[in-house]
Design a protein around this ligand. Structure first.
Ligand code: TXA
Ligand code: MG
Length: 345
């Protein structure tokens, strides 16, 4: 097992060696964990059905939950689909490389193992240059789910991958913290009109700019998601402790935090935004076993980027209950709330 850390300060020849080793392992039918701008992926050569099947075994992933195929370029995306549409072209030009996954009719050569037996395939060009170099050097599209044990919070740092998969795969490429921190947006373009299957790093507001009339959000989105994206029906993103979402008025949120601190018999964690943290008295802060404060930035950027790491941090402190503050559902807040609600189910 090799875990290599590479970042902007790393000598380019070391980058090259690590990525070439990853590419060699993929070609040899092995699994490789690699950084993307969203979360870490657990990759296999898409043309090697046996290697792809091993992804499900290693993660404990249900077999009907299809994998996203990662490609290095728009041209390579066209190798895995049966037909490329105008909408696909518009989205790819605007958002690739980046956190948008497109679901399209599959090229029949793509194994049922990858697509969960379905006739569509999910494809994206990741934004992280290490991911694209790995795929380009492997010379094949790379099927990759998030590199966590199924049901656990997705990994946004290499040590999260190590926690879940250490000892089970031959290489974890460490590219530092993932900038986006929630998974890609999954957009179904295989039907007559576009359907948002999973909110993610590309926001609904951004999609609407290029897909006029595109609607989403609210309960209709939830229903469609469950029906069409097999992965969304399973328990997801969950830390060991139950999650209680603080969604009331600001003073209600503070009251709930104080009540939980007063009733506390076991370690307690709080994930909240700056404005709420500022309302807490020092004795309340003192009594918390984990406190993670997300910036009140525009678009819930930091909350999304750090949510999964914060959940894992609570696990490490053996927290018995996590209080997590709701955000607005605009921009990355839609993905933040989706992950929080799934984790709390
Ligand atoms: O950001 C990401 O998307 C990360 C990185 C590694 O790229 N990957 C990721 O993969 O989140 P995973 O396997 O954890 O989630 C893939 C999601 C699941 O909800 C799955 O059901 C859906 O994409 N999906 C994959 N293929 C599909 C298809 N053909 N039709 C509908 N949904 C599909
Ligand atoms: Mg996942």
């Amino acid at each position: 097992m090799l875990q290599c850390h590479i970042d902007a300060t790393t000598d380019p020849t070391i980058w090259q060696e690590v990525l070439r080793e990853g590419a060699r392992l993929l070609q040899a039918g092995e699994l490789v964990a690699f950084p993307t701008e969203t979360v870490y992926g657990l990759g296999a050569n898409v043309w090697d059905a046996e290697a792809c099947a091993r992804i499900f075994a290693v993660k404990g992933r249900p077999e009907d939950n299809p994998l996203i195929v990662h490609v290095a370029s728009l041209e390579q995306a066209q190798d895995v689909v049966a037909c490329w549409s105008e909408a696909a072209q518009v989205c790819a030009e605007r958002f690739w490389p980046g956190p948008l996954t497109l679901v399209l009719p599959k090229n029949p050569a793509i194994s049922d193992v990858v697509t969960g037996g379905g006739d569509t395939v999910a494809v994206r060009v990741p934004g992280h240059p290490a991911a694209r170099a790995l795929i380009a050097w492997a010379g094949c599209p790379v099927a990759a789910p998030s590199a966590n044990i199924s049901g656990r919070p997705s990994p946004t740092r290499a040590d999260h991958v190590w926690e879940d998969l250490g000892g089970k795969i031959p290489l974890i490429i460490d590219g530092g913290s993932c900038a986006v921190g929630v998974e890609s947006t999954v957009l179904d373009l295989s039907a007559e009109r576009p359907v948002l299957l999973r909110p993610g790093g590309v926001t609904w507001e951004e999609l609407r700019e290029v897909l006029p009339g595109f609607e989403s959000g609210g309960s209709e989105f939830e229903q469609r998601t469950t029906a069409k994206s097999p992965g969304m029906k399973y328990r997801h993103y969950a830390p060991r402790a139950p999650i209680h979402i603080l969604a009331g008025a600001p003073e209600e949120r503070v009251k709930e935090i104080v009540a939980a601190v007063q009733a506390k018999k076991a370690p307690l964690g709080l994930l909240c935004f700056t404005r709420t943290a500022a309302l807490l008295e020092p004795w309340v802060v003192e009594a918390l076993d984990v406190l993670k404060v997300f910036a009140d930035d525009d678009g819930v950027r930091e909350g999304a980027a750090e949510l999964f790491a914060a959940m894992r941090g609570c696990d490490q402190e053996n927290v018995a209950l996590i209080l997590a503050e709701a955000s607005e559902r605009g921009q990355l807040g839609l993905a933040y709330m989706n992950r929080l609600e799934k984790a709390g189910e």
